[in-house]
Design a protein. Sequence first.
Length: 126
Amino acid sequence: MTGSIADNTLDLVGNASYVVVALLVVMSLYSMLTQKNLIKICVAIAILGSTVNMFLVLLGYRQGGAIPTHYLKGAQESMVLPTPHCLTLTAIVIALATTALMLSLIILLYKHYGTLDVDEIRRLRG
């Protein structure tokens, strides 16, 4: 951050990406809790997963960072962390499989009940 605690200024441009992540998390959680359509809930879950991936990438980013190699000496303070990026690649594959499973279950529910409304499915179930 360029601002210091003494002059009570914040670097809003540097923190804008974290603000966007927080807003996306809040919006997707709100969507998951308030929507009644199963497709919209599935999209909100996919957005939440993508937001978590974006947060992991942001955690690993360093301004002016270099790729960590054992040949570079003295570059530890400007090194880019590879772990969040590896976790993000794994999370993308898991999110793809989870989304495919959710959509296939939604298709089966639609074929069985003829609706995508959560309340209507609960009512028809019993």
